[in-house]
Ligand binder design. Structure first.
Ligand SMILES: [Zn+2]
Length: 404
């Protein structure tokens, strides 16, 4: 709640965009808590913050956990912040019980997961995992032309440590990320813990349908080139394509611009987005093919023309099978109702999975609502997720009680 007060909104949410002064204050607070817990903190060249609790064997790769503390413009208190604070609680608990781990335990706070101010999203973990280069990320700019490089310098978080594993950053022995589910599946199933087996692959498109503007009155129906009517058929095809690949198919048209958007002019052009997702890359490829076929059926040169451009192609991620099993067993050991789930959203864990064995722990959020100021989660569920995180970190790192 103290972290959520930094950028807290009147409606009970959080507005703390990446690399703003509010982000700096939140980072400073978390950093202070981590240093008070005895961790050594370092910052890398993309502003990712890592806090290390030493292990008995410093030659072992760290067992890491974490998430992000930037938010959407109308975000909630828990998205990201939960994973960071659950990790902090694990470290504090290790201290309280005088537990020494064999491998070091490390907490990560990844830069700009949300992608609201700077694109690409999941920026800090993306650089870490080699999804794109450090230079590409540093050169990204916001609507005012401020670059990530300038913003990092302005808030004092342009660090020295290498940011990418391919440039010498340490690959973790394991990475666990606790996160609110951001969807309604756990609540509907009455489960407290989501054992996340995979994250959906995503393909995004920009589509433009072009017809011809004409007067709504004098133009008979059979002589129109109505771009919006053609668009509607394609929009319905997106929904059908996703339903045909149930239960993990997703198809969304979330954004549409109609030109000229005048009530007595037949629309001459419509530009819209398509977002297709599936956990199985072969099925996602089939959905892509079906979308192209549907677009092709509407395309009649000189009459209605359809332009379909792919703008994002992001394969599905399978998390590490043995770490996933460890999460499942930890939930069972504590008699926590759990189900296997797939993540429909992107997370930093998707990029860490490219270089380190990775698993995720989901807990329910109220009504499945996230990216919303009313986002909420129950203390009991949050505690359960932290308890599972504690157990998998201990098992993976190895441990003993400190001698008196
Ligand atoms: Zn998040």
């Amino acid at each position: 709640m103290e972290l959520a007060s930094i950028g807290g909104t009147a409606r009970g949410g959080v507005c703390r965009l990446a690399l703003t002064d509010l982000d700096r204050r939140a980072r400073d607070l978390v950093r202070c808590w981590l240093e008070q817990a005895g961790c050594a903190v370092r910052v890398d060249a993309i502003g990712n913050l890592f806090a290390r609790r030493v292990g008995l064997d410093s030659s072992l790769p760290a067992v890491a956990t974490g998430s992000h503390i930037d938010s959407q413009p109308t975000g909630g208190k828990f998205d990201g912040a939960y994973g960071v604070l659950a990790g902090l609680e694990v470290i504090r608990t290790l201290n309280d019980y005088r537990i020494e781990t064999r491998a070091p335990v490390e907490l990560c706070v990844w830069t700009n997961e949300e992608g609201s101010r700077f694109v690409p999203v999941m920026m800090g973990s993306g650089v870490y995992g080699g999804a794109f280069t450090l230079d590409h990320a540093l050169s990204a700019s916001d609507h005012d032309g401020v670059t990530v490089r300038q913003a990092l310098n302005a808030i004092g978080y342009a660090g020295q440590a290498p940011a990418a594993v391919c440039d010498g950053a340490e690959a973790f022995g394991a990475y666990f990320e606790a996160h609110i589910e951001q969807g309604p599946v756990l609540e509907a199933a009455g489960a407290v813990i989501g054992v996340v087996t995979a994250a959906l692959g995503q393909r995004w498109y920009d589509v433009t349908v072009t017809g011809q503007e004409a007067h709504a009155g004098p133009t008979p129906m059979e002589l129109r080139r109505d771009a919006l009517q053609a668009t509607l058929r394609l929009v319905q095809a997106v929904d059908r394509i996703a339903r045909e690949e149930a239960p993990h198919g997703r198809g969304t048209v979330g954004c549409m611009n109609v030109f000229p958007n005048s009530r007595n002019t037949i629309p001459g052009r419509v530009a819209f987005s398509v977002d297709l997702r599936h956990v199985d890359d072969a099925k996602l490829a089939r959905m892509d093919e079906a979308l192209h076929i549907a677009a092709g059926l509407l395309h009649h040169p000189g009459s209605i023309e359809v332009d379909l451009q792919e703008v994002v192609n992001f394969p599905a991620t399978s998390f590490d099978a043995s770490l996933v099993e460890r999460v499942r067993r930890a939930a069972q050991a504590q008699n926590l109702a759990n189900i296997d789930v797939v993540s429909g959203a992107g997370h930093d864990a998707v990029y860490t999975a490219r270089v380190s064995p990775t698993a995720m722990i989901f807990v329910p959020c109220k009504g499945g609502i996230s990216h919303n100021e009313i986002e909420d989660a129950s203390p009991g569920d949050l505690e359960a997720g932290a308890q599972v995180l504690m157990q998998v970190v201990l098992e993976t790192a190895g441990w003993q009680l400190r001698a008196r």
